[in-house]
Each structure stands twice: as C-alpha cells, then as structure tokens.
Design a protein around this ligand. Structure first.
Ligand code: PEP
Ligand code: MN
Length: 262
C-alpha cells in the first residue's frame, strides 16, 4: 500500500462512482438498518442531497450483548432493495469470515469495523471476495498496524480498499473518540489508498459532525461516511450522533466547495 511503490492514487470503484481522486464523496445512512420504511426514507433523503452511497449495518457489533444486534440477512435484503429501487450503491459491515461471500451478493462494499481491524481471517475473507472494502481503523491501532491490516486484504489480490479514520481511544471522555486528523494527513502521504473520515463515530456527538466533516475535507480526506436518521430519537443504535434531515442538508451545503471540486 506504500505510495513509493504506486505513486498514483488508487480509485476504488463503487457502483457508478469511485472513491479517491478528484471528487470528495459523502456516504450516508443509518447506523443500523431497522426496517424497510426507515431505510428507504433516509436513503432517499441523503441521495436527494448528494450522497453517493448508502451505509447501513445489518450485523451490529454492539458493546453490550443485550443491545440491538441488527436485522441480519433481512437487513441485507433491504439494502439490496434500496440499491435496486434507488440505483445507489450500499456499504455494510461484515463481522464473520463465513459471511463475506454471502454478503458480497447483497451489498456493493464490505465494511470491516474498528473492532475487527485485527481479525486477520476476516480481512483475508473479504480480500478473497474481490469486493471493494471499507477498512476502519481499530480503536487503538497505530497507523502502521492499520496499513498492515490493509495489506492483508491486498495480499489476497483485492486492490479495492478504502481506509477509514473513525476516531481513536484517548484519555478524553468528553467525546466518544478522538478523531485523528493527523492520521488522515499522514496516510495521504504514506499510501495511495483512498482515506475517508467517519465524523459520527469520531465524535459521537451530532453537533460536532458538521465541523469535523469540514475538517476532514480541509485536511485532504477523499470523503466522509456519516450516520443519518429521519428520527434519531427512535433510532435503535447511535441516535445521539445521527444527523437529522435539516443537519444533513446543512452538511451538504457546507461541503459544496469540496464536493464540487470534481
Ligand atoms: C459503524 O460504522 O456503524 C460502526 C460500528 O463503526 P466502528 O466499527 O467504527 O465503531
Ligand atoms: Mn454506528
């Protein structure tokens, strides 16, 4: 993944678009797929405002085993429906190597969550599918470990990896995580892979998502992946960090100079 070996930016295909290169992209959607109505409504809203892909978890690696764990295959089927009805690609997290091939039939990009960045069998499994992969940085992973995790996927012959900085664990407890913008700038120098930022998990606070999205664009990220919900109070996960329709519209207005840089 070293830039010395491949000086040109990798462009990872995603549906009719790509991540990396000139255009700053916004991927958006709910933390979890909760129902057809919920997913369809928020997907239509973010697409209408310029999102290039829909995110939504069907398998949720929750901190508590008693929290909502996701709809599983039902959720994947709903993501497929969104893809077919709205013509927009989808991204969803895979948490088990046995599911990788199956999930590749339902979604356009496989997400490796922060908790699984060190799950090397899972990295190999998504590598083997050949599907584009969104690799999230582990909660306490160094940049070197992050890049080596990406190597596991590339070593299987899959070059389509997008790195995602989603905040790291620090002494600070006022925010959910500490978004490491240093890492974004450094990664852009060290690797040819696209780098996106997740300001939702990076801050855990809805009101901070727009400022940190602007920061992501300013520091040179290739895009952001943000959580959004039509009714965050009712969300089954991460409602406190989900952008409402109003805030999502504001986000896209504020990012216009970057998104338009195509
Ligand atoms: C998510 O994207 O919903 C998620 C669980 O993120 P992370 O793995 O970064 O915590
Ligand atoms: Mn979430």
């Amino acid at each position: 993944v070293a830039r010395e070996l491949h000086p040109h930016d990798t462009q990872v295909p995603l549906g009719n678009t790509q991540i990396g290169g000139e255009r700053f992209v916004v991927i958006a959607g709910p933390c979890s797929v909760e129902s057809r109505e919920q997913l369809m409504a928020v997907s239509k809203m973010v697409k209408a405002n310029g999102a290039v892909a829909i995110r939504g978890g069907a398998y949720k690696p929750r901190t508590s085993p008693y929290a909502f764990q996701g709809l599983g295959v039902e959720g994947l089927k709903l993501l497929k429906e969104v893809n077919q009805e709205l013509g927009i690609p989808t991204v969803s997290e895979v948490i088990s190597p046995e599911d990788a091939e199956m999930m590749a039939g339902y979604v356009d990009m496989l997400q490796i969550g922060a908790r699984n960045m060190y799950n090397y069998r899972l990295l190999e499994a998504v590598g083997k599918t050949g599907k584009p992969v969104m690799l999230k940085r582990g909660l306490s992973a160094t940049i070197e470990e992050f890049l080596l995790a990406a190597e596991y996927i590339l070593a299987q012959g899959n070059p389509n990896v997008v790195l995602c900085e989603r905040g790291i664990r620090t002494f600070e407890t006022a925010t959910r995580n500490t978004l490491d913008l240093n890492a974004v700038a450094l990664l852009k120098q060290k690797t040819h892979l696209p780098v996106v930022v997740d300001p939702s998990h990076g801050t855990g606070i809805r009101e901070l998502v727009i400022p940190l999205s602007r920061a992501a664009a300013a520091v040179g990220a290739d895009g952001i992946i943000v959580e959004s919900h039509m009714n965050p109070k009712e969300a089954l996960s991460d409602g406190h960090q989900a952008l409402t329709q109003d805030l999502f519209e504001q986000l896209m207005r504020e990012l216009k100079p970057f998104v338009a840089a195509a």
